[in-house]
Design a protein around this ligand. Sequence first.
Ligand code: GDP
Ligand code: MN
Length: 349
Amino acid sequence: VPVASSPATTPNTAASLGPATAPGERMNATFVTLARNSDIWEIARSIRQVEDRFNRKFHYDWVFLNDKPFDATFKKVTTALVSGKTHYGEIAKEHWSFPDHIDQEKARKVREDMAQRKIIYGDSVSYRHMCRFESGFFFRQPLMMNYEWYWRVEPSIELFCDIDYDAFKFMADNKKKYSFVLSLYEYVETIPTLWDSTKKFIKEHPEHIAEGNSMGFLSDDGGETYNHCHMWSNFEIGNLNWLRSKAYVDYFESLDADGGFFYERWGDAPVHSIAASLLLKKEEIHFFNDIAYYHVPFTHCPTGEKTRLDLKCHCNPKDNFDWKGYSCTSRFFELNGMEKPEGYENQQD
Ligand code: GDP
Ligand code: MN
């Protein structure tokens, strides 16, 4: 048979063997990672898993942010791993420093005291800049202004199940603004006055408090005290326009003025969670049961064997944190009148 007449075959290039982009409308969305150059191999592992389980079918962009310039290795390795476009941004000084009103001596004493009390990251200045940045600035970095949706990814996370649908599109189609996979109680030592500041904000800005909000997730006495429940923010899929809204920015600025990012050690997780719970309607927050996730030391492994088999999950259901005593996810289900998935009783301890 003459070679010239043989049927045309598709060449075995990586592009032709790899999965095509999933059909459907693409969202204006990006992954976003804050990292240091030294995080390269830990973030490489996270990216590989996000690509294998989700993004190889969707090719969304990935924005990397750092308080220092990214080095050549970081850029080369991450660009090779991400199937969408990559962008690298250096954070402006004002977004990674002490505001002028902070009393440096008072802040230093707090760090010393927290170090003695062995409070995690209690002595760290950079961790506080990180928490303030994630609370108030990541969503308005120049590179983020082009996008409407974000998915936050940290170093050393794991994804255990396939995600076969566009999670960004799910958020948009279902009018969701914020989402989570793990929730728990915050260490009270890191946020002793966060609720006082929040109550002051509620009083000063009643116009920002949503009707039908999730106050019941945060408080067991109608808002008098905080029960310390929060959604873990190392995983988030959310709407950037919501974070850029006057309501959210007013909340952040009022917290920043109170100084607790430095006089205490307020985390971005309770800040985002309180904001989502008060500024959004409760239907606008989504719990992704089908996104199986690990960030040290907690695992979210979907409840329900059928889900786990259908999605080719490789997590141990016994590791699932959702229904254990230190999780707040039961509370979220109850508040929203959601039925707990079949089999949850077997995962309570
Ligand atoms: P943990 O999850 O609360 O234990 O904190 P991590 O160490 O994971 O930090 C949270 C996120 O901020 C991760 O994405 C880190 O890579 C990033 N991060 C933490 N500290 C710094 C820092 O000083 N500079 C930069 N560029 N990123 C940081
Ligand atoms: Mn982390």
